[in-house]
Design a protein around this ligand. Structure first.
Ligand SMILES: [Zn+2]
Length: 127
């Protein structure tokens, strides 16, 4: 299997390269004296929700179809997971690059790379 490295990831999943550039641009707007800045809050609310679709365990599932407003809640039962229903939705990996993108190593690499772009927390109490 191909070992996870950023140069290959950026080529085979260009949306992650786009996200990488977006994060670098976005944090340039964080003022040095902004005491409200919280790297963890920004990362978990604004970056992580995208990463999980492109790399790691969350990759390979089809995009959900839009539902009418007010009809967006769908109960999922424990049996759904016990019976492997979730896994049946996942497309199989058809090449070694796709397999690499689905590894925890690739997820961790992308997570750490994008997090490293963020200025450190200021006066928040998240730590
Ligand atoms: Zn913080």
């Amino acid at each position: 299997m191909i070992a996870a490295n950023w140069e290959i990831i950026a080529k085979v999943e260009p949306r992650l390269a786009d996200l990488d550039r977006l994060v670098q641009q976005a944090v340039q707007g964080v003022a040095d004296d902004d005491t409200r800045w919280c790297a963890n809050s920004f990362f978990h609310s604004s970056i992580k929700p995208f990463i999980r679709h492109f790399v790691g365990w969350g990759r390979g599932y089809p995009t959900q179809e839009a539902r009418p407003p007010g009809d967006s809640w769908k109960p999922i039962t424990f049996d759904h997971y016990l019976n492997g229903e979730e896994d049946k939705l996942r497309r199989p990996a058809t090449n070694e690059f796709e397999e690499m993108l689905r590894t925890p190593d690739a997820y961790d690499l992308v997570y750490e790379r994008l997090y490293a772009h963020l200025p450190g927390c200021r006066s928040c109490s998240c730590m």
